[in-house]
Design a protein around this ligand. Structure first.
Ligand code: C2E
Ligand code: MG
Ligand code: MG
Ligand code: MG
Length: 282
């Protein structure tokens, strides 16, 4: 038995794993310079008003254009940024870039439309977050009401009283607050009720199966009902099929987001998409 375990342990150090560990280490050190070297970029994905078919807002999603590894998605480097603490600096860059883009589009006559920014749990625990946000909107003359902050559900569970204070202060500054990936965490309904939240975004793992799973459709309908009971708007993430649009409209969903409407796009392409879909996006 011990021999078997030993062999399995030895297998742990495969060349492939070594390569991954090495890549990870060198990514982590490269990440330290990513903001100053201008390697981060925001892409933008529209949210659609389910009733009118018009654009309701836009979500900013960060990418890392690594000089040798190519485009690195956020799921690969946001965790590294969190472990190393760099997320505070990177998060501040993201907040500033989103506000700058909002101002730029407004000057171009595109919008204004609310822009959402994903926040890491560590940013929410940073006492400077309200200041970072306030300075960014002041710098780019963006009304706070145009900024939606997307928070994940798990974040609401630790240090409830501290988090409540932070969220209340962000609300008082005029920002709106959404719970992202709703349904994948385990937030108590009691907290949901206590927190000053404006919106729930139903995780795409539910939405992507509504056409094949009666259970997923039932859960989706229940979340929409729950959200409305609490006075919240409800967004469906990951809408990929035209047939999902109708089902979600019938279920009373307020906003829809997903590849069916558009993938996340670089700023210039997003503006073109917007012009082409100015009237309605069905
Ligand atoms: P999220 O905030 O839930 O963003 C939605 C993700 O789903 C995005 O992936 C988006 O490209 C993808 N998506 C949108 N529509 C569809 C669809 O119809 N089908 C499928 N399969 N996927 C769809 P992305 O951009 O790779 O981001 C992944 C996650 O990384 C985000 O999930 C968010 O948690 C995190 N993230 C992204 N940008 C930022 C950021 O600026 N700051 C922080 N802290 N986290 C970010
Ligand atoms: Mg999000
Ligand atoms: Mg999400
Ligand atoms: Mg997510």
């Amino acid at each position: 038995q011990a021999k078997k375990l030993g062999r399995n342990n030895a297998q742990f150090f495969t060349p492939a794993l070594n390569e991954r560990v090495t890549l990870r280490l060198h990514l982590e050190s490269d990440l330290r310079h990513a903001t100053e070297r201008n390697e981060l970029v925001l892409h933008f994905q529209p949210r659609i008003d389910a009733r009118s078919g018009r654009i309701a807002g836009v979500e900013s999603l960060v990418r890392w254009q690594h000089p040798t590894e190519g485009m690195i998605p956020p799921v690969q480097f946001i965790p590294l940024a969190e472990e190393s603490g760099l997320i505070i600096e990177i998060g501040a860059w993201i907040i500033d870039a989103a506000c700058a883009q909002h101002q730029h589009w407004r000057k171009q006559g595109v919008g204004p439309m609310p822009i959402s920014i994903n926040l890491s749990a560590l940013q929410l625990r940073d006492a400077n977050l309200p200041t970072i946000l306030s300075q960014a909107i002041a710098r780019h003359a963006v009304p706070a009401a145009q900024i939606e902050l997307e928070l994940t559900e798990s974040l609401l569970m630790d240090n409830v009283d501290d988090i409540l204070l932070v969220l209340n202060s962000l609300k008082a500054l005029g920002f709106s607050l959404s719970i992202d990936d709703f349904g994948t965490g385990y937030s108590s309904l009691n907290y949901l009720y206590r927190f000053p939240i404006d919106k729930l975004k139903i995780d795409r793992s539910f939405i992507q199966n509504i056409h094949t799973s009666a259970d997923n459709l039932a859960v989706t309908r229940a979340i929409i009902g729950l959200g409305h009971t609490l006075g919240l708007e409800v967004v469906a993430e990951g809408v990929e099929l035209a047939s999902d649009v109708q089902v979600l409209q019938d279920a009373g969903c307020d906003e829809l987001q997903g590849y069916h409407f558009s993938r996340p796009l670089p700023a210039a392409q997003f503006a073109e998409w917007l012009v082409a879909h100015r009237e309605t996006v069905g």
